[in-house]
Structure formats: structure tokens, C-alpha cells
Design a protein around this ligand. Structure first.
Ligand code: ADP
Ligand code: ZN
Length: 622
């Protein structure tokens, strides 16, 4: 990384929060509770901050570190994230550094020297490093502005990201009782929050809890036909050239899908635990640093990736739970620009996930909990109501009765129809064929197809043979999937996925239980979603205009950014965010003053790139 001139203290602007936000970060105003949090911490208070991914947590400790005397110490377990944040801060003229295992002895000594000399505003430290006697001693001799504990849910032994090193962080309160501690996380239920507060001794510390809504993310869950083809269409039609993450369950599928996307001319790279570590690291770096790379990955990918301009997250397989779905889709659109969370889902997904639970070695209690979590996600996939409301409702947040206007169900409400007779036909077919067959055969019988298998079992003689000719195979699949989701049918893992009736099926067969089915021809829906206005999105007007109004300038700015990023060895977004590029393309500033007004252009960026950007604008027509 190239060294940047230090923030010049002598000519530094007055140190109030808003002017630091304007001058250093180039941002016009605070978001949500940021201002309140920043004031609280700058005044020396402890607190716990809960914000969704992309909510703007970093600012809550970066800015107070600049306001207070001394250096802010940021504890983070994520090495890639530390590196990228330091690169971004350095670009903005902030004196920031990391202390972790990637540094040589000399490099680490230099960082220590700068800390003691009062030369650092922010220092990122891995928790295991922080807790060494050497490091604690070092901090004891330095002036510390605050401790920020990022990913604070890692202290929770009940959580999915427990890190034993985090437990030791309770030492901070004892060793540095007068230094404020701010704990931050994007995932914490009430129990975890309590645990964080106890472990970090955040006594009488306020909790700042932001809404978990991600309004710029459009949620879409579609019927799975040929998932890879559907994905290619999504990319071609709505996300050409965009960066995205595609999640698959198995390594083999990751390889297949990555190859298939590459064949279609999409820049796609695989990522899974079976790849050679160096290949994995290279693919991850390309995804972060280059423009518009699609990474196809197992869920091993994503933790600690701070890339703000991921435009879509696609699931080709069903995750395990709503929590996992929320966390994975949350990697889209951290920069607040319109983004897509898209999932293709079908009967086989439910069957597969159920089988994984049944075959796991967990206790019965664990399996029950897992099934409950899976059911909640399936219900989200099947709902005919607003997906956002359902998602937030799962996390205990109510959004009133307003529909969000930015999910597939809100944009093109599915038709609901009385499915009693269809359900009865299907359930009878399961019953008459002896509860020994999977979806394909059952549908063959219903539509009256004389296959070898049908003949082998004499199923053409049954009363149910051909009673379902009013629907085609695809429609029957949707009915079947919904009956499984409703719990009237169950896939038996012991019998190769044969479908069996459950207790509740009896009520349906007797006509006592109502069955409402959703219906949505997918092609029509995709067209409708594409055609919809952007209402309901929080996209800044300039966003889409930048590329649309001045496409040549937009492309030129992006090419310029790639080149600068390459020369400086930093990710493209560290040079300028997409929204800043869009802003410049839309506004075509021709003076430094006008350029200064665009979000993302702070003092240092103006100084470094201002003249060049203005020249680029003046040189480029359209
Ligand atoms: P988190 O850590 O909560 O996931 P970040 O701190 O990385 O989120 O912030 C997400 C994005 O929001 C970043 O691109 C950041 O520059 C931007 N951001 C943060 N605060 C503001 C603000 N007040 N105005 C505009 N953008 C902001
Ligand atoms: Zn909605």
C-alpha cells in the first residue's frame, strides 16, 4: 500500500462530528442513529450498537476516534476486512494501521512505534494479538481514545460464530476502566445482547438498535425449473457486468455452475473449501478487487467480506434457516444501492434439507430445532404476502401493515386459488400408489402418462390415473411442493424421498381443511418485475441516472478507477464508491467546488483526484 500524507493537524478543520464527516469522509450527513451514537462515544460513554450489514457501523467508532484524543483500537476477527478498512481510511487521509499475524516483525514494530508516538488515529487488532501481555503493555503506555469491539456476537457461546479469544476481552474493562468501549454487531438476539453486555461489562450502557430492514434489497424467490439457466437469465437481463455472489450447497455444484456461467461469457469464479488455499485466496481477491466478478461459492464464503458493491446474491439451494438466508442475502448492497436477493427453490430443496437434518448426528432436540428453522424458511418461500414483512417479523420487528413495494410478492402479487380439489387428487394419488413413490411418478400417474414404471406397477388401472390432466407437470410440481411445505405430505428420507401422507392430510382428504394455493407463471412475473418502476427503492435519484444519462463518462470513470486501484494495490471501491462514480457521471461537475459537493469526495480525495476527475469529465462527451 502506498503511504499517504498524514492528516495535517495544524490545518485540520474544527473537530466537530459533522465537519469531520464532511471533510474526511466526504459525506453530507449522518445515517439513522449514527450521530447520537458518535456523540455518546465521543463523550466517553460505553454502548452496544446493533445495525444490519451496511448500516454504517464503522463510522460509529471511526469518527469518535478522530474526535477524541489518542488512538481508537478496533478489535476485529476478520483480517480481510481490517486490511480493506485501513486502505479506505488511508485514502481518506486518516492515520490507520493493522496489527495482526500477516505483518513481519519489522512492520509490527513500526506500527507499535507510531502508536506510542501518538501518530495513529485508528489501529485494528486481532483479538488474540490484543490479549498478549506484550500488546496490553503497549496499550498501557499509549493514549487510547476508545475500544471498538466489532462482530461482538463472537463472545456468545450460543451463537454460530463463537470465538474463544473474545471471552478474554472482558480484561479490557478491568485494565482500561476509563476508556469507552463500543460493541458492534449485525446479529444478536436478546440473549446474545445480554451476553455481550455482561462479558464486556457494558454496565448501564445504552443499546442502539437499528431497524434490520434493508430497503434497497429486493427479495425474490422463484420456482426452481432449471436453476442455472434461470440464473443466467437473471444476470443477463438485470445484472450484466455486476458483481454478485451465487450460493450452492455442494462443491461439485459450485464447480458446475461456475463453469456454466463462464461458458456464457460471465466472469465467474468458484470458491469452496475443497479448492487449493492459494486458488481460493486468489479468487476471493479478484472478487474484491476487480469490477463485476461473480463468485460461485458454498456458504464457506462471505464472512468478513466488506465489499460494498455486491449487486446480487443468488441462492441456487435453500439455506438452513431464515437467519442464514438473512445473513447471506445481506451481503448484497452494503452501499445502499438497489440490489437483488434472488433464490430459486423447489420441492427437492425441502427434501434435501430434511434429509440432511434426519441424517445428522445431532440429538433429537437439535433435530427438532433444525426442522423448526427450516419450516420457517420454507414458509417465507411460500408466503403470498410481503416477504420483507415476513422476514422482519421473524426477527421480532413489525413494520406496520404497509407492503414494502420492493419484493416479488408486492410487485406482482401472486394469484391465490382454492386448491382443495387439486390437493385431494394429489393426496389420493399418493395413497392409492402405496406411499412409495416420489414426485415424478406421482405426476405421471396424475396426468395419465403411460411410462414403463406406470405399466410395471399397473398404475394405469388405478382410479387416480389421469385424473389430473387439467394441470401440466410444472404446475403439479408447484402443488406438490406447497403440500409438503404445508405439512400435508412428507418426504421419507429412508425410502429415497418417497412421499407419505401426514396426520394433517386426513383433514384435507375429508374436505375439512382448506387449502389455498399460490399460482404464478414465472415468465410473466420476471417480465413484470423488470418493467416495474423503481418506486419503493431508496435509490438516490442520481444513482441510476449517472450511467443512464452519461454512459460514456460513466464507463470512462470506471476504467479510470480500475487503473488507479490497480496501481495502488487497493480494491476499486476504496478509490471511489460506485455511488460516487454515479454522482460524478450524473452531475458532470466542472469545478473542484462542484466535485466537492458529491457524496464520497472528502478533502483528501479532492486533493488527490480532483483535477484529474474534472479533466476526465471535460474530456468525455456523453
Ligand atoms: P457495516 O459495518 O454496518 O456493515 P459500513 O460501516 O461498512 O457498514 O458502512 C456501509 C456503507 O455505508 C459504507 O459504504 C459507508 O461508506 C456508507 N456510510 C456509512 N455512513 C454513511 C453516511 N452517514 N452517509 C452515507 N454513507 C454512509
Ligand atoms: Zn414486500
Amino acid at each position: 500500500m502506498t503511504a499517504q500524507p498524514a492528516l495535517d493537524r495544524a490545518s485540520a478543520p474544527p473537530r466537530d462530528a459533522l465537519s469531520v464527516l464532511n471533510h474526511v469522509f466526504g459525506l453530507p450527513g449522518f445515517r439513522g442513529a449514527q450521530e447520537e451514537i458518535i456523540r455518546h462515544v465521543a463523550d466517553g460513554g460505553n454502548c452496544l450498537v446493533l445495525m444490519p450489514t451496511g448500516g454504517g457501523k464503522s463510522m460509529c467508532y471511526q469518527l469518535p476516534s478522530l474526535l477524541r484524543d489518542g488512538c481508537g483500537i478496533v478489535v476485529s476477527p476478520l483480517i480481510a476486512l481490517m486490511r480493506d478498512q485501513v486502505a479506505g481510511l488511508t485514502e481518506a487521509g486518516v492515520n490507520a494501521a493493522v496489527l495482526n499475524s500477516t505483518l513481519s516483525y519489522q512492520e509490527a514494530s513500526e506500527v507499535e512505534r507510531r502508536l506510542l508516538a501518538g501518530d495513529l488515529d485508528l489501529l485494528y487488532v486481532a483479538p488474540e494479538r490484543l490479549l498478549t501481555p506484550r500488546c496490553l503493555n503497549l496499550l498501557g503506555q499509549a493514549k487510547i481514545a476508545l475500544f471498538a469491539i466489532d462482530e461482538a456476537h463472537c463472545v456468545s457461546q450460543w451463537g454460530h460464530d463463537f470465538r474463544p479469544e473474545y471471552i478474554g476481552l472482558s480484561a479490557l474493562a478491568e485494565r482500561f476502566p476509563n476508556v469507552p468501549r463500543i460493541a458492534l454487531t449485525a446479529t444478536a438476539d436478546a440473549m446474545t445482547r445480554k451476553e455481550i453486555a455482561e462479558r464486556l461489562q457494558l454496565v448501564d450502557a445504552p443499546e442502539f438498535v437499528a431497524s434490520f430492514d434493508r430497503p434497497n434489497i429486493r427479495y425474490e424467490i422463484v420456482d426452481k425449473q432449471n436453476a442455472t439457466t434461470q440464473l443466467k437469465n437473471l444476470i443477463a437481463e438485470r445484472h450484466p457486468g455486476d458483481a454478485g455472489v451465487v450460493y450452492c450447497l455442494s462443491r461439485a455444484k459450485v464447480e458446475d455452475v461456475a463453469a456454466s456461467l463462464s461458458d456464457a461469457g460471465i466472469l465467474a469464479l468458484p470458491y469452496h473449501a475443497g479448492l487449493d488455499a492459494s486458488v481460493r485466496a486468489r479468487n476471493q481477491d479478484r472478487f474484491i478487487n476487480e469490477d463485476g466478478v461473480v463468485i460461485v461459492a458454498t456458504i464457506a464464503f462471505g464472512m468478513g467480506i466488506d465489499k460494498p458493491d455486491v449487486r446480487f446474491v443468488a441462492h441456487l439451494d435453500l439455506p438452513k434457516s431464515v437467519e442464514a438466508y438473512y445473513q447471506e442475502t445481506g451481503r448484497a448492497g452494503r452501499d445502499g444501492k438497489p440490489s437483488t436477493a434472488w433464490m430459486a427453490y423447489g420441492l427437492s430443496d425441502i427434501v434435501q434439507q430434511r434429509r440432511m437434518i434426519d441424517e445428522s448426528t445431532g440429538s433429537d432436540a437439535f433435530k427438532r430445532v433444525s426442522i423448526g428453522k427450516l419450516d420457517a424458511l420454507v414458509a417465507l418461500a411460500e408466503t403470498v404476502h410481503c416477504r420483507r414483512q415476513r422476514l422482519l417479523g421473524y426477527f421480532g420487528e413489525t413494520q406496520g401493515s404497509e407492503s414494502c413495494g420492493n419484493c416479488d410478492n408486492c410487485l406482482t402479487p401472486p394469484r391465490i386459488r382454492d386448491g382443495k380439489v387439486l390437493a385431494q387428487k394429489l393426496l389420493s394419488c399418493v395413497y392409492r400408489t402405496g406411499q412409495r413413490f416420489g414426485a415424478m411418478h406421482l405426476i405421471d400417474v396424475l396426468v395419465g402418462r403411460l411410462t414403463e414404471r406406470v405399466k410395471q406397477f399397473n398404475h394405469e388401472q388405478l382410479s387416480v390415473f389421469g385424473i389430473g390432466r387439467e394441470l401440466n407437470e410444472k404446475q403439479w410440481r408447484a402443488v406438490l411442493r406447497q403440500l409438503v411445505a404445508m405439512g400435508h405430505l412428507r418426504a421419507d428420507s429412508d425410502a429415497f424421498g418417497a412421499l407419505k401422507l401426514t396426520e394433517s392430510a386426513r383433514g384435507v382428504l375429508k374436505g375439512e381443511t382448506a387449502v389455498m394455493l399460490r399460482e404464478q407463471p414465472e415468465g410473466a412475473r420476471n417480465r413484470a418485475i423488470r418493467g416495474k418502476s423503481r418506486r419503493g427503492e431508496l435509490a438516490q435519484a442520481a444513482d441510476s441516472k449517472g450511467a443512464a444519462a452519461n454512459p460514456t463518462l460513466h464507463a470512462a470513470l470506471r476504467a479510470w478507477r480500475s487503473e488507479v486501484a490497480r496501481q495502488r494495490g487497493v480494491p476499486a471501491y476504496v478509490v471511489l464508491h460506485d455511488s460516487t462514480i454515479d454522482g460524478i457521471a450524473a452531475m458532470r461537475p466542472d469545478t473542484l467546488d462542484d466535485l466537492r459537493g458529491i457524496a464520497g469526495i472528502g478533502d483528501k480525495k479532492l486533493e488527490h483526484y480532483g483535477t484529474e476527475l474534472i479533466r476526465l469529465v471535460n474530456r468525455t462527451e456523453g
